[in-house]
Ligand binder design. Sequence first.
Ligand code: GUN
Ligand code: ZN
Length: 453
Amino acid sequence: MQAYRANLLYFKPAGDPRQSAVFESDGLLVVGPNASGTQMVLAVGAWQALRPRFADVPVQHFKDRIIAPGFVDLHSHYPQSNVIGSPAEGLLPWLENYTFPEEKRFAAPDYCAQAASFFIAELLRNGITTALTFATSHPASVTALFQQALQQRLRLITGLCLMDRHAPPELLNQPSRPGGLDATEQSLIDTEALLQQWHGVDRLGYAITPRFAPSCTQAQLRGAGELAARYPEVWIQSHVAENHDEIAWARALFPASRSYLATYADFGLMRQRAIYAHCIHLDDDDRALMRSTGAAAAVSPTSNLFLGSGFFDYAGADRAGFEYGLASDVGGGTSFSPFHTMLGAYYVAREGQSKTGLSLSPQHLWWQHTAGAAQALGLAGVVGNLLPGCEADFVVLNPQATPLLSRKTALAGSLDELLFSMIVLGDDRLVEKTVISQNHGAINAAPASPPGR
Ligand code: GUN
Ligand code: ZN
């Protein structure tokens, strides 16, 4: 067992996410292994109250620091670190001119390995301990990321990017060999093989990953939906309703569906554990579909502002009652930093809802990137919080990290003022340490060999 003394920030298990944060000045966080050896939170609360119960447990004191849950990033692209900050007249030219050329480089396993190690290091530097992320259409890109996430014990979910049309030929899923299975069938076989190999290994998860409807044939979406039905415990990730040109294209390709979003439902790709990036241009029927299927939105504000895609409608989402959480969407997004993403979400809510003048509370912003994002993934009570029973992933924040942060946070007269100062002024410098739950037992079923392709 190990205990950490510091100021603590965490979230009540239920209630209004706008005001569910708990701040314990001079608190104690006690962690210890569960039956399989994974470090879990055993107790959280005031130092004074908890110390007698854990008098024999060694304590590490982070004086004047804040221990908070590790951040949960609901959507990003690990192959797009180099694409950050590539200007374009919207999503489709950005994909064509910057993103697809970079993703082609992942045909080389060495390139995948160095990109995976850079990406994971950036997540950790920025305090992200759980991530749902895209790989490319190359099976080796999935393997490279899983292997490195396993080494670092990151809670990471990824999957083979499904795209069997409307992309450069090198990026389309490839047939196994000339005269063998066609590319679409092979992409589904590769998906199932990777899923069986990696899902549930230690803290790793698999996500069935159709890039977006325009890049997939009906046969590929149908196959993906069949896999989603056969493996209800795995995740699904895709994009929807991000950009007007994209939407028009999706509507032209799938005219039988009621809407772009409904296309995914028609192929069995909307259910719990399905995370759709963006969800900007939805109507009320779409929002009701999100709610009734249990799918969740990955709100990606820095990406939406950078690419000029539009503004997520928070009021509409709350009216319908569907789940959502925050995402960096690197490399459409401009930063790995959860602080930048939370600030972007604040701007989006202010500007996008100017008629109603919606201001997201700092507690709600923080919740969306921790406990709320975990809930969207179906991992409430597992990650994204510091309540007993959660995996012991946390960040140590230094509110004195920069002269301005130090000056401003010292003036905070309330929890909301303190959180807002960090959201507005924070970046990777605020994150002094990222602690990942360790495992001192045997790791379940680590793969013996890399997949054949
Ligand atoms: N839609 C399809 N692919 C992508 C992508 O890589 N990034 C974003 N932002 N939207 C997409
Ligand atoms: Zn994306």
